[in-house]
Write a protein that binds this ligand. Structure first.
Ligand SMILES: Nc1ncnc2c1ncn2[C@@H]1O[C@H](COP(=O)(O)OP(=O)(O)OP(=O)(O)O)[C@@H](O)[C@H]1O
Length: 301
């Protein structure tokens, strides 16, 4: 049974159809990322799933509950990490995590949780003494306090420095290992590519596409880029599937036939005793696919 099943979900604000007939499922233990430009309908969708917003039509089932009527029993099973939770500034980290955990029948040990999110040294610090990134870690600890089966993570690493972001990614990946299902919204495509088992791209309240990052890349038909350093004086290049660009001692080839082109280039270099240093074959990233998809639909308007 799917942990989340959404069918033909609609929610309008006046004449704006913020969510305009969305259907998707999330399986148990999956990390599912909702992507899309500002105003795409991500927050509206997530808040309906959390039970904080009503829907106009469509069906929604989460952990076997309808979030609109699931009440306290439903909320005890989910964890929510919002973009900007307001904190009580005078409380310490430990006090807040303990208070939050006390709300749930099932809970993590607060001090362990504080260590897990990397706030061990800030245990007795008041919230007003935390940096922005440390507050986000506290958000995460609070979302996890009730040992949820399903965690909603809204832009979890916005404002993190690179080291903190990598730490958070490790932590989120660990949660998956423990079997927690995660619905993630993010504007960082690298984050989605690393963490998500499947992603959905929304735009204007509609679902443009959905699948694993690999499936989306395969379906995109975007080219691969081959690049390397190349000596200034070169013998005639082999026949390639496209015309390479040669500039500043580098070759750059945008190709839809990366394997034969790589083979021809390396075979040619070996035959001529040429060293192709810094050789890289770069397939399209999820970010390229996302930009191509959302820009294509910009043109449609
Ligand atoms: N309470 C509201 N009243 C009126 N319109 C709203 C309300 N909340 C959202 N909207 C509109 O619904 C659309 C979808 O908004 P939503 O916040 O769900 O998008 P989002 O994908 O989460 O965007 P972002 O990436 O900026 O957070 C937007 O056009 C927004 O202006």
């Amino acid at each position: 049974m799917a942990t989340i099943a959404v069918h033909d979900l609609v929610r309008a604000y006046g004449s704006v159809r913020a969510v305009d007939g969305i259907t998707f499922t999330v399986d148990e233990g999956e990390i599912f990322a909702l992507l899309g430009p500002n105003g795409a309908g991500k927050t509206t969708t997530v808040e309906i799933l959390e039970g904080y917003r009503t829907r106009d039509s469509g069906t929604v089932e989460v952990l076997g509950y309808d979030p609109a009527t699931g009440g306290a029993a439903y909320r005890a099973r989910i964890g929510v990490v919002l973009q900007s939770a307001g904190f009580e500034e005078e409380f310490t980290v430990r006090e807040l995590v303990r208070l939050q955990a006390a709300l749930y029948p099932r809970r993590h040990e607060p001090d362990e949780l504080i260590d897990v999110v990397g706030l061990g040294e800030k245990r007795t610090t008041r919230v007003k003494g935390l940096s922005g990134g440390q507050r986000r870690r506290l958000d995460l600890a609070l979302g996890l306090a009730g040992a949820p089966d399903l965690l909603f993570l809204d832009e979890p690493t916005t404002g993190f420095d690179p080291a903190a972001r990598h730490h958070a990614w490790d932590l989120i990946a660990d949660l998956r290992e423990l079997g927690t299902t995660i619905l993630l919204t993010t504007h960082y495509l690298e984050e989605a590519q690393r963490l998500a088992d499947r992603v959905a791209v929304l735009r204007g309240g509609r679902l443009l596409t959905e699948g694993t990052p690999q499936e989306l890349r395969d379906a995109s038909d975007l080219p691969t880029v081959i690049s390397c350093r190349i000596p200034a004086v070169i013998a005639d290049l082999p026949e390639l599937s496209a015309r390479p660009r040669l500039r500043d001692g580098r070759l750059r080839l945008v190709t839809r036939a990366p394997v034969p082109d790589t083979s021809r280039l390396t075979g040619w270099a070996t035959a001529h005793g040429i060293v192709l240093s810094d050789f890289a074959v770069t397939p399209p990233a999820l970010e390229d696919v996302y930009l191509a998809l959302t820009e294509e639909h910009d043109d449609d308007r």
